[in-house]
Design a protein around this ligand. Structure first.
Ligand SMILES: [Ca+2]
Ligand SMILES: [Ca+2]
Length: 231
């Protein structure tokens, strides 16, 4: 009797798991890029300007996915993979844009949808300039398509890691001081008020003192042109 009951039980568990995962449908699912605003700049109306730090203690870029099946049912417990590819234009000569966790210019993240069918992918980095992000979300791990959604977005980033090498240190201070002396400079204006002064130094100092870094990452090559001009 037990030998008959056990497979039936397993089958019931498996079928309920499959039902919970849908699969997600591209026409019903939603993906949107944005950022978690955790810096001193006022939230801009149009330009997606953010200050990020390799240590992740400032703003982060996020991709939110809502995985929904054809019947309009949120797909719960669905493993998704997001692949991000980066291009950009550093604002300062001789600097770079840095993506924490990336290999070459590609970052691959995985997440499992929650009870509402939602998954959030986020990442941080360093450097200053326009960063263009191409993304694809793969839902094959829960029976969905290899392209649940895809898209391209641009962000205007700046960072205490001014030269974009993944760590805040004296090399960034060397680039910050001329902007402080001049009283101006986009990359050193950490509160986005149009001037570089003591207030920006106060925002920069803790990241320098902590030698904030991400231990693994890469630059956002290749260099391309911005989709739209950063402020
Ligand atoms: Ca640096
Ligand atoms: Ca400022």
């Amino acid at each position: 009797m037990k030998r008959l009951l056990l497979p039936a039980f397993l089958l019931a568990v498996l079928s309920s798991a499959v039902a919970a995962q849908c699969p997600p449908d591209p026409g019903s699912s939603l993906c949107s890029m944005g950022y978690i605003d955790a810096d001193a700049c006022p939230a801009p109306a149009a330009a997606q300007t953010l200050v990020w730090c390799p240590a992740g203690d400032l703003s982060r870029i996020v991709l939110r996915v809502k995985a929904v099946g054809t019947a309009g049912v949120p797909c719960v417990g669905c493993p998704l993979t997001a692949v991000f590819r980066f291009r950009g234009v550093p604002r300062l000569t001789g600097t770079d844009l840095w993506i924490c966790g990336a290999v070459a210019n590609t970052l691959t993240l995985t997440a499992i949808t929650d009870a509402a069918g939602e998954a959030v992918f986020s990442f941080t980095g360093g450097g200053c300039g326009c960063l263009i992000v191409d993304y694809v979300v793969d839902a094959t791990a829960c029976g969905g398509p290899p392209v649940l959604c895809n898209g391209t977005d641009q962000f205007c980033v700046k960072s205490p890691d001014i030269n974009g090498n993944g760590i805040v240190n004296f090399q960034d201070t060397i680039r910050y001081l001329p902007m402080l002396s001049a009283g101006t400079g986009y990359c050193g204006d950490f509160n986005c008020n149009g001037v570089v002064n003591f207030a920006d130094t106060a925002l920069y100092a803790p990241h320098l003192a902590g030698a904030h870094a991400c231990t693994f990452g890469s630059t956002a090559f290749p260099v391309t042109s911005c989709l739209w001009p950063c402020p």
